[in-house]
Design a protein around this ligand. Structure first.
Ligand SMILES: NC(=O)c1ccc[n+]([C@@H]2O[C@H](COP(=O)([O-])OP(=O)(O)OC[C@H]3O[C@@H](n4cnc5c(N)ncnc54)[C@H](O)[C@@H]3O)[C@@H](O)[C@H]2O)c1
Length: 440
């Protein structure tokens, strides 16, 4: 039986002295800000990513994540608080390893754990006694215990004694300056109580509040609960928006009225659909796992169906507005899409509803142009589009402007002034009293 090289209390003492080194595996939207946060707090970080271009950029002091300024990277790379590499071998020398790799869906829309498996294999090769491994990638309840644990124990090490294993969901909201990473409470669940104790000490170096829970499954479920709650409520409000339109009610006004209730109501807002790497994907991890236990998760499926149909609904509204207000045929209609990222003030177009809206418009022979300062070009099946400048002349060329993403530094007054009509899917034009504006 292997002997401990370090007890949990020893490891915790070491962590609290900050005389440790950690590895962050996967330096994307989640991993890079986390690595920077630890490094800024005086903890030496080794960042591991399989993408050599990202490693090269980071070594040159260039950030590939919008919320992380180049200067922050340059400073911590220069003072060697962050060392980046494509090689897993360096995990040998660290006390803690945090995994932040992608968890997408595969071709048949099921969880794709291949990135987690690859990262775990890389770590297992160099696992040494006294290390803590924490998974942060969003995944279904049971992944840490059923998928990662057996791989690591195969080496003969015992969890909670020779090494520690936890799950801690990442809850960052890219582009949201109001909630920087350390102020968002950090939920953590472990395979054993000792594992949670160590992880709590580790995250306590950076986060203001750590929330320990009784198991890794609970922590995995907490993250999916949060995102399922969002997708279901977004689906609900999107459906209510479509009903309200039929009934001749302004849904936005109804929401504003409803939210004056001081208890028992939380406002959600309709929109052109959901996007990004999280809200549209994470709940599918839960429904997939539930199905394997003979349970049909109807709320998720329904919300998904409604949200997935929102781009088609937006296209229908564009068609209606154009034919009613401008009496024009779609083939001769020119549409200016304003904003194509999945949400405001980020440069991320993954799963963005704007892409689907543009595809459907092109399929219906609309002429489509877009503006988004974060996205210079977009590739579609038969055409590549380039972002056009949002100028008076450009706006005037189009029959309708459609606000799909409500980026904050756009001169919306100018958009209204020079457009024939504007369809606003985000209610960003609420303060403008203009007959040209049609709301979703
Ligand atoms: N982006 C968000 O807003 C957000 C928020 C909360 C949770 N999450 C979750 O966090 C996880 C990571 O998401 P992300 O947005 O940072 O993804 P990302 O694609 O931005 O970054 C992942 C990084 O991991 C690297 N990578 C892939 N396989 C690897 C491997 N085997 N070893 C080392 N590096 C590897 C990739 O090259 C990439 O740089 C996902 O599970 C996601 O659901 C994301």
């Amino acid at each position: 039986m292997p002997k401990h090289s370090i007890t949990p209390d020893d490891l915790i003492r070491k962590i609290k002295s900050r005389n440790i080194k950690i590895a962050v595996v996967g330096l994307g939207y989640v991993g890079l800000p986390l690595a920077v946060e630890f490094a800024r707090n005086g903890i030496a970080v080794i960042g591991i990513d399989i993408n050599p271009a990202k490693i090269k950029g980071l070594r040159a002091g260039k950030s590939h994540v919008q919320d992380v300024p180049d200067k922050d990277i340059a400073d911590i790379v220069k003072n060697k608080k962050l060392i980046v590499t494509t090689k897993f071998e360096s995990v040998k020398s660290v006390q803690a390893i945090i995994i932040c790799v992608p968890t997408p869906l595969n071709r048949v829309k099921e969880p794709d754990l291949s990135f987690i498996l690859h990262a775990t294999d890389g770590i297992r090769k160099y696992l040494t006694r006294g290390q803590i491994i924490i998974l942060e990638s969003t995944t279904y309840p049971g992944t840490t215990e059923e998928v990662i644990l057996p791989k690591l124990t195969r080496k003969g090490y015992r969890v909670g004694e020779d090494f520690f294993l936890c799950f801690s969901p990442e809850r960052i909201d890219p582009g949201n300056q109001k909630f920087p990473m350390p102020v968002i409470p950090k939920v953590v669940g472990g395979i054993t109580p000792q594992c949670v104790k160590v992880a709590t000490a580790l995250y306590g170096q950076v986060f203001y509040r750590v929330v320990p829970v009784s198991s890794s499954r609970t922590a995995e479920m907490a993250k999916l609960l949060e995102n399922t709650f969002r997708i279901v409520n977004i689906g609900l409000i999107n459906e209510l928006a479509m009903i309200a339109e039929r009934l001749g009610v302004d849904i936005w006004e109804a929401i504003d009225a409803a939210k004056t209730k001081p208890f028992g109501f939380m406002p959600f807002y309709p929109g052109p659909g959901v996007g990004g790497h999280c809200i549209g994907i994470d709940p599918i991890y839960l429904s997939w796992k539930a199905k394997r236990h003979g349970f049909d998760v109807r709320f998720i499926e329904l919300a998904r169906e409604i949200n997935t149909n929102m781009p088609a609904y937006v296209v229908r509204r564009i068609t209606e507005v154009v034919s009613k207000r401008l009496k024009k045929d779609t083939k001769k209609t020119s549409v200016l899409i304003v904003g194509v990222t999945y949400k405001r003030n980020v440069a991320d177009t993954r799963e963005s509803p704007a892409i689907e809206i543009i595809e459907q418009l092109l399929g219906k022979k609309f002429q489509v142009t877009y503006f988004d300062k974060f996205v210079p070009s977009l590739r579609f099946k038969h055409v590549n589009l380039k972002s056009k400048p949002l100028t008076e002349n450009e706006i005037k060329k189009h029959d309708i402007a459609v606000i799909v993403t409500d980026h904050s530094d756009i001169d919306y007054g100018m958009v209204i002034k020079h457009s024939k009509v504007v369809l606003d899917t985000r209610n960003v034009l609420r303060s403008f009293q203009s007959a040209k504006v049609v709301r979703l």
